[in-house]
Design a protein around this ligand. Sequence first.
Ligand code: B16
Ligand code: MG
Length: 219
Amino acid sequence: MNKKGFIFDLDGVIVDTAKYHFLAWKKLANDLGIDFTEDQNEQLKGVSRVKSLEKILNWGGVSISEEEFNQLMDKKNQDYLSYIETMTKDEILVDVPKVLDLLKDENQGVALGSASKNARTILKKVALYDTFDAIVDGTNVSKAKPDPEVFMIAAKNLDIQPEHCIVFEDSIAGIQAANAANMVSIGIGEEDVLSEADFVFQDFTEITTEFITQLINKH
Ligand code: B16
Ligand code: MG
């Protein structure tokens, strides 16, 4: 069968919103008297908003009420939304449109599989909302990556079997989710970090037409 499902993570694969998450989490942490470094931000990649705040509070040894927790989550998201407000298609990562165009030309299924509850807003900002045949994000799932739920729903919405799906991911949790879903996992980033992936590329400039054609024609 040569119609496959190609599922893209958002942050770190299509756009670099990690830098905006960093600014918003850093402000929140510092306001609570907690240090927050770029290394810690790395550990929040692909992690849901709730789990991210839990980790930050844990690192700082701070405990708060449930009400305050919810207020902080809201505040962080308001800050984050103010950063993504000005995003344009110039922020799409290099050569992502090249691969999306190729998949569209080849009539392949193309889906988004992101942990972010803001994914639809971001896709509209960067003018990619209509590119995807299916969009599954943090508002559609009950279990966070590394649970395969987000990618399983994407495959179902594309009407393509999981074993005929290919996932592009920048986080370890996301690669584990793709592997658990029995999909081909393609890591975007550092080889040593994403060693559990079936293939790893630094970015989309390294992904050739031949490679995509092989994935399409694979049994
Ligand atoms: P939000 P992805 C993830 O996006 C980010 O990598 C992660 O840092 C963030 O906490 C998570 O989305 C939730 O985002 O607060 O917007 O719901 O990589 O799965 O596209
Ligand atoms: Mg990501």
